[in-house]
Design a protein around this ligand. Structure first.
Ligand SMILES: Cc1cc2nc3c(=O)[nH]c(=O)nc-3n(C[C@H](O)[C@H](O)[C@H](O)COP(=O)(O)OP(=O)(O)OC[C@H]3O[C@@H](n4cnc5c(N)ncnc54)[C@H](O)[C@@H]3O)c2cc1C
Length: 542
């Protein structure tokens, strides 16, 4: 085997390692959690991305592997040109598992964001190697006319376009354009590379790598087709029906109740992709991920009606109700993909502390329901469940008012505490800076639902909860970038044998936050200035 083949084997081994780590939950020693798995790399390096030191080590190993593969033992520049091409083609193979989580990706047990990040890093390196290869090869050519040369140039241009159209800025502001372009350009790139390679030996590298890529692409498309058909088309109930209603008092969020064509077994942590079959704004071409926030529990095993909580953003979600906020109800046919997403196993923890900001609440509520149901059947050991929820406006608390009431009534042993932190836009302006308890059903109950009319302070609240914890404690986050960083920093200081941290698949951002590198750096500098002011005894917020 030559070095590029060894590289292919090493890449496979790295993938297997990631799979094992994702599926076999072995708790690493506290030292590794504190210094490698939980802390992130410096914000000035990672920007808005959530890269832990462990992930940085994996990325670093991958980069080093590629440098070694393309440079070790080369004797001439043409060797280097050949190596970069081979390494690029090998790296392209796993990209065709798909960048978005799908049946195959979900089966692997890797989390949504980790899956997308692996795809992005492999893609970046494959494109860089392709560009280096083409530039050096083109520089050594005298004429530029053959089919191989022209298709090589086309392949490189396509790869460069894929890179430019996948930057964070484009993904954030033109997600649909990015997604559709990606879908079209990726197979075109492979076809151009195929035409570029003059060799007729199909079962030898590099053509065999392209054949593997084509086969993988075919398998992923076929599994997608089978999955969508199975999930959505049933003889008596073809397609799902989506009933969209505005939530009480708040126009920022709508509730989507999906009557599923084919019921399934619901677990907390599941999300689905759904697309509406309506021609308006070409919505039928778009499919978007949302957590299953609640469900009808008439049946024990499978569920045929689930509810999603959808926050309005600027695209697909902006006009789900045809009449805008004036209209209160709409019903449409929908196509569903999923469920995806792995469940956090919380049953063995004595204390479960859940944090959510904004729409992140949709991911946390199913866990509370699951724990309370398990507690009634004595299947979980939780003695204390605490939910922290920070919202921008007081009116947002009505998004899930009914679900919270249901949870409180399920909590017959009073193990649940809910703390809502309201940052501003108070309905009751005289409560600013104060704490208010929701009325209790009867005098014998403890106070379980508390409203804080001020922002959440991670250091104080997390420290306090870890101090009060009973038994093994898990802290789960579905919070915006800033809150996640703050809580993570406190957990890194306080982690011990009893404490675990989990960050869920989705990181809700406020409407104002841009998620860019600059805004991440600005947040970091602001938090630094705040810390310095605090240490000088000056508590003024900057
Ligand atoms: C695992 C997961 C679970 C989620 N659960 C919920 C939920 O329960 N409730 C909720 O309100 N939101 C949830 N979201 C976010 C939701 O998917 C996006 O807000 C929605 O897709 C935005 O659609 P839009 O066209 O209106 O977005 P735009 O206004 O065009 O963009 C807003 C943001 O959403 C991102 N985005 C747009 N389309 C997609 C897509 N197809 N996939 C991923 N990101 C996209 C963009 O990059 C941008 O950052 C979840 C996201 C993920 C990844």
């Amino acid at each position: 085997m030559d070095i590029t083949q060894w590289y292919g084997v090493a890449l496979g081994a790295l993938a297997a390692l990631i799979l094992i780590i994702s599926n076999l939950y072995i708790r690493p020693p506290v030292f590794l959690l504190k210094h490698i798995f939980y802390p992130q790399i410096h914000p000035l390096i990672r920007g808005a991305s959530k890269t832990t030191r462990f992930e940085a080590i994996l990325i670093g190993s991958f980069l080093v592997g590629n440098v070694l593969c393309t440079t070790l033992g080369i004797k001439s520049s043409s060797d280097f040109v050949k190596r970069t091409a081979l390494a690029s083609v090998i790296n392209i193979i796993p990209l065709f598992f798909g960048g978005r989580i799908n049946t195959i990706g979900s089966f692997s047990g890797i989390k949504y964001e980790a899956y997308a990040r692996i795809h992005r890093w492999i893609g970046r390196i494959a494109i860089a190697e392709c560009i280096v290869h083409s530039t050096l090869a083109a520089a050594s050519q005298k004429s530029f006319r053959s089919r191989s040369q022209i298709s090589g140039l086309i392949a490189t241009s396509i790869m460069a376009t894929i890179y430019l159209s996948s930057t964070k800025f484009v993904r954030r502001h033109f997600y649909e354009a990015f997604a559709k372009l990606h879908l079209i350009l990726a197979p075109l790139a492979i076809i151009s590379i195929w035409l570029h390679i003059p060799s007729q030996e199909y079962l030898k590298p590099p053509k065999v790598y392209l054949l593997i890529t084509f086969s993988l692409y075919g398998a992923v498309l076929a599994s997608w087709f089978v999955h969508v058909t199975y999930r959505n088309f049933r003889r008596d109930t073809p397609l799902n029906v989506a009933e969209i209603t505005s939530t009480n008092a708040s126009t920022d969020v709508v509730t989507v109740q999906l009557k599923l064509s084919r019921p399934w077994r619901i677990r907390p942590g599941q999300f689905l992709y759904f697309r509406l079959l309506t021609a308006r704004d070409f919505a039928f071409l778009q499919s978007h991920p949302f957590y299953i926030c609640s469900w009808d529990s008439d049946t024990v095993d499978t569920v045929d009606t689930v509810s999603l909580l959808v926050e309005k953003r600027h695209g697909f979600t902006a006009n789900l109700l045809p009449g805008g906020s004036q209209s209160e109800y709409s019903t449409m046919k929908a196509i569903v993909e999923g469920p995806f997403g792995g469940e956090l196993r919380l049953e063995s923890y004595g204390t479960v502390i859940l944090f959510a900001t904004g729409i992140g609440i949709a991911a946390q509520l199913p866990y509370i329901r699951h724990l309370l149901e398990g507690h009634q059947h004595r299947e979980v050991t939780a003695q204390r469940i605490v939910l922290f929820w920070e919202i921008e406006s007081e009116v947002h608390r009505y998004w899930v008012g009914d679900i919270m009431d249901d949870l409180l009534s399920m909590d017959v042993r009073f193990i649940l505490r809910i703390k809502v932190f309201i940052k501003g836009n108070f309905i009751h302006s005289n409560r600013a800076g104060n704490v208010y308890y929701a009325p209790k059903a009867n005098r014998n109950q403890p106070k379980r639902l508390k409203y804080h009319y001020y922002p959440f302070n991670a250091e104080v609240q997390v420290g306090k909860q870890i101090g009060k914890a009973k038994g093994k404690t898990i802290i789960s986050l579905c919070t915006n970038s800033r809150t996640t960083d703050e809580i993570r920093a406190v957990v890194c200081q306080r982690v011990n044998e009893q404490v675990a941290l989990e960050v869920l698949d989705f990181q809700p951002e406020t409407r104002q936050s841009s998620g860019s590198y600059l805004s991440a750096v600005r947040d970091y500098l602001r938090s630094k200035r705040y810390a310095i002011n605090n240490s000088r005894g000056n508590l003024r917020t900057v």
